[in-house]
Design a protein around this ligand. Structure first.
Ligand code: C2O
Ligand code: CU
Ligand code: CU
Length: 474
């Protein structure tokens, strides 16, 4: 543990918000703003989605996309959507170098698609808006997994109904493993010390989730945190290192996550893979669509609370200080659970840096006024044509919008003119620079005119309103 490079307090304060300090150590603030959660008494065991391992599963993995009645609070049902269940979906584990065969059957009365966010797969199996699954239909898809170990997710991607369908419960994890991730000695027992954490905000009245509004706001920001669909969750864990695969699965909210005891979140992975080395952080900011893997050392602790700061739309380090804070997840060690790993490996991965000098093509993407580069998504228009295998520099002027593109992972060249911090020097597919980012990327799979990749704002309301574009890779 002592070998892990630590961001010193001074560096931390210079680069990241000082907010956490205020929020962390102010007990009055630490349990604030539970408005719609007030009627929830006590803690609930964290829901862990079923794990389907593509290696041990017999035959194709069947997933039905269905209506459900979900009990966020025992005895009170909310009409929801889910994959094989009433809210969220199974975690599907896949392996580098292997195909994963899934059959998605749409049992709903409306069309949908299933996009693999973070997957490096050809456009024809990417699950974008063109790959509609009509009611009653089955999408039989084989995903060729070539990329390295990473935490990804799947969700609908039909323009106009993505926000509503995700809000009702359609989201699940795709976890990719490779030789490195399996041999490293990182926590990897699913549900025990390797935990998927989907963070969302919702509104509840008397334990019933408020449905997606019929005339939605520009971005839907609600008042109550749920994790894996659980209100005020607690998880019993072994007295060891606990790996949390954090996903911001909110429609529009950005969160800042920190420990109530001021202890470190040990970041080990960005969206597209493990960092080269773990980095200790006091807090982590996450925009919709982003993932981060962190380790919490529970080997000498009885319990710890994770808290969330609700970041303002246009947050700066100043206004995070007055942002509402909410309980997110309690981890409690249990002596009944066998001790697992207690040391974070020093070297996690090897990341070959892209060389900006090799990038012959540059493009820019300006996210403004619910459009990108001044135009809204038009299914008939291909906005960009990318050459297969060529390194490119993209300049993202995103203001407050989280930018995401399909088909590859990128490396950050700079954020607002500065080199990325150690914890951002990994593979990513979603970024909210709150200003300008320059990224380096290369696409190694094809996306035809018929099945192009998408780039878009990952605030789902903005995406639905057309803050999205299409590109081919050939
Ligand atoms: Cu998370 Cu284009 O999607
Ligand atoms: Cu995506
Ligand atoms: Cu946006």
């Amino acid at each position: 543990m002592s070998k892990i490079p630590t961001i010193s307090r001074r560096q931390f304060c210079a680069g990241v918000a000082t907010a956490v300090v205020t929020a962390t150590f102010s007990p009055k603030n630490s349990h604030a703003f539970l408005s719609s959660q007030d009627d929830i008494v006590g803690f609930n065991p964290l829901f862990i989605p079923e794990l389907i391992d593509s290696r041990t599963h017999n035959g194709p993995i069947d997933v039905s996309i269905q209506n459900g009645q979900h009990e966020f609070v025992a005895g009170r049902t909310t009409p929801t959507l889910g994959y094989n269940g009433s809210y969220l979906g199974p975690t599907i584990r896949m392996y580098q170098g292997e195909d994963t065969h899934i059959r998605f059957t749409n049992l709903m009365k409306e069309p949908t698609t299933v996009h693999g966010h973070g997957l490096h797969v050809p456009g024809e199996v990417d699950g974008g808006p063109q790959l509609r699954i009509e009611p009653g239909e089955t999408w039989d898809v084989t995903l060729p997994i070539v990329q390295e170990a990473s935490t990804n997710w799947y969700h609908p991607h039909l323009m106009g109904t993505t926000a509503k369908q995700v809000h009702a419960g359609l989201a699940g994890f795709y976890l990719i493993e490779d030789e490195n991730s399996q041999l490293l000695g990182l926590p990897n027992t699913y549900g025990l010390d390797d935990i998927p954490i989907a963070i969302q905000d919702r509104t509840f009245k008397n334990g019933v989730m408020t449905p997606y509004p019929t005339s939605p706001p520009d971005d839907l920001r609600e008042d109550t945190i749920i994790v894996n669909g659980t209100l005020n969750p607690v998880l019993e864990v072994p007295p060891s290192l606990i790996r949390l695969r954090l996903l911001n699965g909110a429609n529009a909210r950005a969160f800042e996550i920190y420990r109530s005891d001021g202890g470190p979140l040990i970041k080990i992975a960005t969206e597209g893979g493990l960092l080269e080395q773990a980095v200790k952080l006091e807090s982590i900011k996450m925009s919709p669509g982003e993932r981060n893997e962190v380790i919490i050392d529970m080997s000498a602790m009885d319990e710890v609370d994770l808290k969330v700061v609700f970041l303002a739309k246009k947050y700066t380090s100043l206004n995070t200080m007055i942002a509402p804070t909410q309980q997110m997840l309690r981890l409690k060690t249990s002596s009944k659970l066998e001790k697992q790993n207690t040391t974070v490996p020093y070297t996690l991965n090897h990341i070959q840096p892209y060389n900006a000098d090799d990038a012959l093509v540059s493009r820019s993407f300006d996210l403004e006024d619910m459009a990108i580069n001044g135009v809204k998504m038009d299914p008939e228009v291909i906005n960009e044509q990318v050459k297969l295998g060529e390194l490119e520099i993209w300049t993202i002027d995103s203001g407050r919008h989280p930018f995401h593109m399909h088909g590859a992972s990128f490396q950050i060249l700079s954020i607002n003119g500065k080199a990325p911090a150690p914890e951002d020097r990994g593979w990513k597919d979603t970024i909210n620079p709150r200003g300008q980012a320059k990224i380096l990327l290369r696409f190694n799979h094809e996306a035809s005119k018929q099945y192009p990749y998408m780039y878009h704002c990952h605030i789902l309301e903005h995406e639905d309103m057309g803050m999205m574009g299409q590109f081919t890779v050939t």
